[in-house]
Design a protein around this ligand. Structure first.
Ligand code: AMP
Ligand code: MG
Length: 418
């Protein structure tokens, strides 16, 4: 078969792209800019956490053995010898019969081996404005170690707490701050040029001209790119002629982008002028991928910049982005975790496919505790409304021509927070 029109399975086409996508360089940034970036190296704890033994409750630090005989009817009375608010260190060593008032997070004083919470005493006040009592009563035995958070019990010094390639979430930034980090090494954010090709396209806001249509793909692809954490560079609508295509590609090179993304102009007949331009100054492979929607896919390089040409129909462009482009952008940032997690759902209706690997637009809801899916209308690849009404793509494997109502299928959820 002609190499340019090979029919590839989806995973193979994706791998061929990923094989040609380099990981970007490393950059040091301050932690407050870290959310959504990818760690360029593992993060190790510089010290143990908690940093010191501290109280898990507002209460009194005591010697547990002093409370062995305590009960409702025979409470034990202890003398308060100091008051320790959070953030301070008090240099006392408590003796038998003594206690120290302590707030949550404050360091346990020497000699104490348990904390009795205020609720278990006759001094049931947390407010630090109230001065500590000179004595208080305990009504039950307190176990040794009770309500003490031990130094290092959460994180031993030197532990690897975050893996290389992980995308930084708010809780990860919190953990790194907790461990005293203020600067970290991440993979540089990719810059992705996007162009919409087609003589029929008008930008939003332009007067409608008979025979023309508005460009749907640009705003969608810009949004998809930005959600991956990359920077989108909008190169606008590029008419179907070699000169304008060359100018747009040259502009992408001048802007130093890491990937050029185009939509449309990759169907067999339409492809030639893009192919010619790319082949003069780079190289282009044109593949048919055994999938629906989104069979035609172009991949290559202009100069040395990777180029992915998605199909023009908006749903095909969206699915092509999900399947090929996001993985490429994620891999550029040093992560291999590029596939959406899938869930299993039950079909509420029979679905059909032509045997290609198929991505169907569906609504997934919960019914009687089960996740169930139904399609959002006709699955034409220009029907963007049916994608808008969907919250999931059902993944119908290749070779499967129909699945019965009640059957199980994998699905990608589209509307999780990203
Ligand atoms: P093509 O890949 O150029 O053959 O385009 C396939 C279909 O997608 C045609 O109906 C185009 O008009 C349509 N199309 C191409 N680009 C866009 C776009 N940016 N927005 C909406 N529809 C488009
Ligand atoms: Mg076209």
């Amino acid at each position: 078969m002609n190499q340019k029109t090979e029919l590839l399975v989806v995973s193979e086409a994706r791998q061929r792209i990923l094989d040609k996508i380099p990981v970007l360089d490393v950059q040091e940034i301050s932690l407050d800019q870290a959310i959504g970036r990818y760690l360029a190296e593992p993060v190790q704890a510089q010290f143990a956490f908690p940093l010191f033994d501290n109280s898990a409750m507002d209460g009194f630090a005591i010697k547990a053995e002093n409370t062995l005989e305590a009960s409702r009817t025979t409470p034990v009375s202890l003398n308060v010898v100091a008051d320790i608010p959070a953030g301070s260190l008090v240099n006392v060593e408590i003796q038998n019969g003594e206690a120290v008032r302590i707030m949550t997070g404050a360091a346990i004083p020497t000699g104490a081996n348990a904390v009795v919470p205020v609720e278990l005493t006759n001094f049931n006040f947390r407010q630090t404005v109230l001065s500590a009592p000179s004595q208080f009563l305990v009504y039950q035995p307190i176990q040794t170690g009770a309500n003490i958070r031990r130094r290092g019990e959460d994180i031993p010094a030197g532990a690897v707490v975050l893996a290389k390639g992980q995308r930084i979430r708010p809780q990860d930034a919190g953990l790194m701050s907790m461990l005293g980090l203020s600067k970290i090494n991440i993979s540089r954010s990719p810059k992705i040029a996007i162009l919409s090709s087609g003589d029929e396209l008008l930008p939003a806001g332009a007067p409608l001209i008979p025979g023309k249509i508005y460009d749907a793909n640009m705003s969608m692809l810009v949004g998809l790119v930005e959600r991956t954490g990359a920077e989108a560079v909008n190169l606008g609508i590029v008419p179907d002629n070699p000169e304008t295509v060359r100018q747009a590609l040259q502009k992408a090179i001048d802007l130093n982008v890491d990937l050029i993304l185009s939509s449309a102009g990759v169907s067999v007949g339409a492809l030639d002028f893009i192919r010619n331009v790319l082949e003069q100054d780079g190289q282009l492979d044109f593949w048919r991928v055994n999938m629906r929607p989104g069979k035609p896919l172009a991949f290559g390089h202009y100069m040395s910049c990777p180029f992915i040409g998605l199909p023009g129909n908006p749903v095909s462009a969206f699915v092509g982005f999900e399947v090929f482009v996001r993985p490429a952008i994620i891999q550029m940032q040093g992560s291999l975790d590029f596939l959406r997690p899938s869930i299993r759902v039950q079909l509420e209706e029979e679905v059909r496919s032509d045997g290609r690997e198929t991505f169907l637009r569906a609504i997934v809801t919960k019914k009687n505790g089960e996740l169930v899916a139904r399609l959002t209308g006709h699955q034409g690849s220009g029907n963007l409304l049916s994608l808008v009404q969907a919250n999931a793509l059902l993944l119908i494997p290749s070779g499967v021509k129909s699945l019965p109502s009640g059957g199980q299928v994998e699905a990608w959820l589209l509307d999780s927070f990203e």
